[in-house]
Design a protein around this ligand. Structure first.
Ligand code: IMP
Length: 429
């Protein structure tokens, strides 16, 4: 696997960090290619629990280089905080194992402010909020596309950065005052704050596309780490209830400056059930005690925001769509152990929408909202899976469940997550 991309196949929180951690031995370089500190990854090593937002979790392993590539949006204040927190817990982070793309966009304090004000406004105006993480991700990507963004490299030219902030605020301040009733922002103050925060990041700034392409030319093994999930992708997800970047495999090419021809494998990560955090349609959602029980057992509370995640059954329509869009070769099915104790499991095989049966995920957000899942029932199992490390040792009902998912999605399951600990992962040969 010279270059593999790891993508989430649902609405994020599929357990990508754990799979990534397991693949770390076969990897030299881990690349984050989209999103920002909206992401939350948790890795449990022994009794220690590490939370990651922007730094790839590969940083926990020796001799790996982690890259935050150009497709990401970087909040310098948050990134420095995250690096410092990891350092105080003994994780080594320096310019030999972390690189930050000079072309990545900065999340500015006003992006975070606008994200939060806009969500509040949508809530009070009845427009329906997205339920963003409030980390300024959407507004930062808006500025990138509107060509009003500020890039990491601009930190190295402070006078240019100040000018860019001033230009941006010339347009933004009247909006803040008129639309949100907020006081205008001071360009110098903001520029000073960002430049000061970014000081410690200077050591990490690099032309990461050049680094990655050189590495590939030298036969080094790369893993592209997708954040969020395919159904939150700006193009392919449940728009407008999506994040603002391409979480699918294609994002790895544009988001890191690597030809799509160089990425040979796509590994999709899907939970054995489904979760969603924030607003938006979720056809297999369980709004009852069973959903609550899965949330409790699965510890389904956001790493970034602490919000309870909505829980529901596995949706083969959504996962098959994600597999198609990213060309997924194999699936890592995570958190199978969380389903232990359920008498009967439901797998959604298609949707019923206004009298029609759909096996393909619809573009029409109203159709996704109206979708009635058509379920296939399977018997559950009672045995604990946490100590099992061989596929054949899983209870028959658990194997049947995995194999039915393989059939429905049409893609083999290669890994199965059976517990919280780092090694609680079965490789299915
Ligand atoms: P934003 O990315 O903060 O703009 O939020 C947009 C949508 O994506 C919201 O529904 C968030 O809850 C969701 N989202 C963003 N990042 C993650 C993540 O890492 N896991 C799960 N959902 C996420």
């Amino acid at each position: 696997m010279p270059a593999t991309v790891l993508v989430g196949m649902q609405w994020g929180d599929e357990g990508k960090a754990k799979v990534l951690d397991a693949l770390a031995d076969e990897t030299d370089i881990v690349v984050r290619y989209q999103g920002g500190a909206n992401a939350g990854h948790t890795v449990v090593v022994g009794k220690e629990r590490y939370a990651f937002h922007l730094v790839p979790s590969g940083i926990l392993r020796d001799n790996k280089v982690c890259v935050i590539a150009n497709g990401c949006v970087v909040d310098p204040i948050e990134l420095v905080k995250e690096i410092n927190e990891l350092r105080t817990r003994g994780v080594k982070i320096d310019s030999t194992n972390l690189q930050l793309s000079d072309r990545a966009q900065l999340v500015m304090p006003y992006h975070r402010l606008v994200d939060q004000l806009s969500e509040k406004k949508k809530e009070t105006s009845g427009a329906g909020k997205i339920g963003t993480t409030g980390r300024g991700i959407g507004p930062a990507y808006v500025d990138k596309v509107a060509r009003s963004g500020i890039r990491v490299i601009d930190v190295l030219r402070p006078s240019y950065l100040v000018d860019r902030v001033r230009q941006r605020l010339t347009e933004l301040n009247p909006v803040l005052i008129a639309v949100y009733g907020h006081e205008p922002l001071d360009a110098n103050k903001i520029a000073d704050e960002v430049l000061a925060a970014a000081q410690p990041l200077k050591a990490f700034i690099a032309d990461t596309a050049a680094f990655i392409n050189d590495a590939l030319a030298h036969g080094r093994r790369l893993l592209f780490e997708g954040a969020q999930g395919s159904l939150l992708d700006i193009d392919h997800g449940t728009y407008p209830y999506v994040t603002s970047s391409n979480a699918t495999a294609g994002g790895a090419a544009t988001g890191s400056g690597v030809s799509p021809k160089r990425i040979d494998t796509a590994l999709g990560v899907a939970k054995a059930y489904t979760t969603r955090v924030g607003a938006g349609p979720f056809p297999t959602e369980l709004k009852d005690a069973q959903g609550d029980a899965i949330r409790e057992r699965g510890g389904e509370f956001g790493t970034t925001t602490g919000r309870p995640r909505r829980c529901g059954w596995f949706d083969a329509v959504g996962v098959s769509y994600a597999a198609e869009v990213s060309g997924v070769d194999a699936i890592a099915l995570t958190k199978l152990d969380v389903l232990t104790g359920e008498k009967e499991l439901q797998l959604c095989t298609r949707y019923k929408v206004e009298g029609r049966e759909l096996t393909r995920f619809p573009a029409d957000i109203h159709a996704v909202e109206l979708a009635q899942p058509v379920y296939e029932s399977m018997p559950g199992w009672k045995e604990s899976l946490e100590e099992i490390r061989q596929y054949e040792k899983l209870p028959k009902a658990a194997r049947d469940y995995v194999e039915r998912i393989e059939k429905l999605v049409g893609i083999p399951v290669r890994y199965i997550g059976v517990g919280k600990s780092r090694d609680a992962l079965i490789e299915k040969k």
